[in-house]
Design a protein around this ligand. Structure first.
Ligand SMILES: Nc1nc2c(c(=O)[nH]1)N[C@H]1C(S)=C(S)[C@@H](COP(=O)(O)OP(=O)(O)OC[C@H]3O[C@@H](n4cnc5c(=O)[nH]c(N)nc54)[C@H](O)[C@@H]3O)O[C@H]1N2
Ligand SMILES: Nc1nc2c(c(=O)[nH]1)N[C@H]1C(S)=C(S)[C@@H](COP(=O)(O)OP(=O)(O)OC[C@H]3O[C@@H](n4cnc5c(=O)[nH]c(N)nc54)[C@H](O)[C@@H]3O)O[C@H]1N2
Ligand SMILES: [Mo]
Length: 667
């Protein structure tokens, strides 16, 4: 039987596509963009190649189909199938025993961005984990420094709507690579360029848009703060700042101007590695062309000064007064800020007094615990061995014989190979989901398109089963998935009906609201705060920059941004072969290395064996290897995260992937 189903993609991508799924005898045979009805304006009727081919992920050979228990050594990947009852008894039994012997917060949940859905995280999982008393995981792998920066300056105000980029006369792409990470913004930017808009890209490598830009600034990774403050200083110094806008809509302006004044042109140029004349040109374009839109990505935040760096970047549209018209403003997590008062948390269970563990330091938490050691990990929506910094330390932790590791995933990930128990998870095609986009102004809801593959079960079902087995459920608990949906939705009746009818709805401000017209900063006085109190609390002080990463390494900076073939590590099982390490031709020549050569890449944290790709698109002194690779993608099973340090960013306790410093030699 052939059926058509409609679902929405909740994977960790800003674009949130609504999909038409053709199902034949319970199997997915075709996935494409929804074309009629419920489409938000960002999607434009196309989807990425990864999700178009998702049937290989859902039904392919890497799929985990039954619960598994380990029979080999940890990491060996040898397992034996067991029934759900036996697997859950074993997990619940161990959790109970660990709680008794070591306290319940010896259990650490490890959850990150595998699913961004509102039913697959912070819902039944939170109910179970909070009642059990598990440790609290600080989810800092991504968006923690930039989230703190946005909160401090703008109170997590929404950004501009991506489709409105067509109205911009100047577009700034700062630390973002839309061709890989948010492909639906690409046509809007192209249309603006076709209409004569100017483009500035700030990125240590020449991304596809950098090659088309009027101006490409390639700073040293982690040096956005001196660059952005240097630009702000020029704007003030040369009377290019919009003082009227600042007087009306910002506070802390004098303190910010003083901070910027510490970065006169020559000093900003030296510190950022960007030529003084390019900084001047940025200031000139940015102050004279309107409307101007600044899209800040997540490349900026992943370093020691990434919080302040992001804050300085998103302060620039305020200094130049780029708000209040369509096609102007800034955007990061654009749509997230628009739902205030319209969505509630799916779980109102209070968090007890439990220890808190920063996941960006998972390896340290497992190998050098402060206090009682962690005795159990429950991994879901995450593949920490592939995606978290300081891979070797995480591996050492996962190898601990006294650590009980449960991994709940749809496929046999690198992390799952180290598990004691692997539980098969449903994909979003196999469970109900509710998802708020972080790129589009849209909320989507869907029912399963196909029955669970094999014996897969959803996060919802597994956490409730565990809660039941550990006597944590109460008779009056409303724990159906629909009850969780109901608790989340605080929409006005008309919007609720629209969501029920079409599966998608915009927030109250609509699909394409305009900053400073349809909404304002969500700070207490609705002004932009350019001297936030939160910044004064950090050790280095407000608007300060740390020149060098604290973790020593080699002379080259290694960045590891996203690629189009994976979503973080998701879908990594679907391609094989060596993924190269890229170096600038001069850096390769200085080491006597040639394209295609086998190299070893190392620092004090680890070593990766890869092939060399000589790449003139990189800034000199910068090496590149993608994020989200699996062990099988390099010759020695180690990836960029074996070289990524686990010190924390200045704001939000964020991970510092792009602070890796390395050396490269022939192997
Ligand atoms: N070197 C380097 N590393 C990085 C970064 C970097 O810039 N450089 N960036 C970081 C960033 S931006 C992020 S967001 C993180 C992401 O890190 P992770 O969240 O660990 O990575 P993902 O690949 O998104 O998701 C992990 C797993 O979730 C599973 N999953 C999906 N849906 C479900 C579900 O419904 N239930 C269960 N149980 N599992 C599910 C997927 O199958 C996948 O294996 O990685 C970070 N890692
Ligand atoms: N296909 C696909 N789409 C994705 C993802 C994916 O893995 N694959 N991941 C999703 C997730 S979890 C996220 S967080 C977003 C991330 O999406 P993006 O915001 O695009 O972030 P990154 O890929 O980390 O890096 C973007 C750019 O920043 C540059 N960069 C690196 N270091 C610096 C620096 O110090 N300063 C500056 N100015 N630039 C720097 C990199 O060269 C890169 O081109 O994309 C989401 N979308
Ligand atoms: Mo991310």
């Amino acid at each position: 039987m052939v059926e058509n189903k409609r679902v929405a993609c909740p994977l960790d991508c800003p674009d949130t596509c609504v999909l038409d799924v053709t199902v034949e005898d319970g199997k997915v045979v075709r996935v494409d963009s929804a074309r009629d009805g419920a489409l938000h304006p960002l999607q434009q009727g196309f989807i990425c190649g990864k999700v178009r081919r998702i049937a290989r992920h859902v039904h392919g050979e890497h799929r985990v189909r039954t619960p598994l228990v380990r029979v080999g050594q940890k990491g060996e990947g040898r397992f034996e199938p067991v029934s759900w009852d036996r697997a859950l008894d074993r997990v619940a039994g161990r959790y109970r025993q660990i709680a008794r012997d070591h306290g319940p917060d010896a259990l650490l949940p490890v959850c990150y961005g595998g699913s961004n859905g509102l039913l697959t995280q912070d819902a039944a999982d939170a109910l179970f984990l909070r009642r059990f008393g598990a440790a609290q995981a600080e989810r800092t792998l991504c968006a923690a420094p930039s989230g703190a920066a946005q909160e401090a300056l703008y109170g997590r105000m929404a950004g501009f709507a991506m489709p409105d980029l067509v109205h911009s006369r100047l577009i700034v792409l700062w630390g973002v690579n839309p061709h890989a990470t948010s492909i639906h913004t690409v046509p809007f930017i192209e249309r603006a360029l076709d209409n004569g808009a100017r483009l500035i890209v700030v990125d240590p490598r020449a991304t596809p848009f950098a090659r088309r830009a009027d101006l490409h600034l390639a700073p040293q990774p982690g040096a956005d703060l001196p660059l952005a403050l240097g630009i702000a200083n020029l704007l003030f110094e040369r009377a290019l700042a919009d003082l009227e806008f600042l007087a009306q809509h910002a506070r802390g302006v004098d303190a910010f101007r003083d901070a910027a004044a510490r970065w006169p042109l020559a000093r900003a140029a030296t510190a950022s590695g960007v030529a003084a004349r390019d900084i001047e040109q940025f200031a000139e374009l940015f102050s004279t062309i309107r409307p101007a839109a600044l899209r800040c990505g997540w490349g900026v935040e992943r370093s020691r000064s990434g919080g302040m760096g992001t804050a300085a970047v998103i302060a620039l549209p305020a200094v130049a007064g780029h708000f209040g018209t369509r096609g102007a403003g800034f955007a990061m997590s654009a749509g997230s800020g628009a739902w205030r008062g319209q969505l509630a948390s799916a779980c109102d269970e209070p968090v007890g007094k439990v220890r808190s563990v920063n996941l960006a330091r998972l390896g340290a938490a497992l190998t050098e615990p402060e206090g009682t050691p962690i005795r159990a990990l429950h991994v879901y929506n995450a593949n920490p061995l592939a995606t978290f910094p300081n891979q070797e330390r995480i591996r050492a932790g996962l190898l601990r014989e006294d650590l009980f590791t449960v991994v709940h995933d749809a496929v046999m990930t690198d992390t799952a190979r180290y598990a004691d128990v692997v539980l098969p998870a449903t994909t979003f095609l196999e469970h109900r989901e509710l998802h708020r986009s972080y790129g589009a102004f849209a909320l989507v809801h869907h029912e399963p398109a196909i029955p669970p593959v094999g014996e897969a079960r959803s996060n919802h079902s597994v956490f409730l089963e565990l809660a039941r087995r550990l006597d944590l459920l109460r008779p009056d608990d409303a724990v159906d998935e629909r009850d969780f949906v109901e608790r989340v939705l605080r929409l006005r009746p008309a919007r609720l009906q629209e969501l029920e009818r079409t599966g998608m709805v915009a927030p109250d401000c609509g699909f394409t609201p305009v900053p400073f017209v349809d909404f304002f900063p969500a700070t207490p006085d609705r002004r932009i705060d350019l001297d936030p109190a939160a910044f004064h609390a950090i050790a280095a002080g407000a608007w300060s920059w740390i020149a060098e990463p604290p973790t020593p390494g080699g002379p080259l900076a290694l960045i590891s941004p996203a690629i189009a073939r994976t979503t973080s590590s998701t879908f990594g099982q679907l391609f094989d072969g060596d993924v190269p390490l890229a170096l600038h031709p001069d850096d390769a020549a200085a080491r006597g290395l040639v394209d295609g050569q086998a190299v070893r890449v190392w620092n004090t944290l680890g070593e990766v064996h890869a092939r060399l790709h000589v790449d003139a698109d990189l800034r000199r002194g910068v090496a590149y290897m993608p994020k989200g690779l699996w062990a099988k993608h390099t010759a020695n099973g180690r990836t960029a995260n074996a070289l990524a340090p686990d010190h924390l960013a200045d704001l939000g306790g964020g991970a510092c992937f792009n602070d890796a410093r390395i050396e490269v030699a022939a192997r």
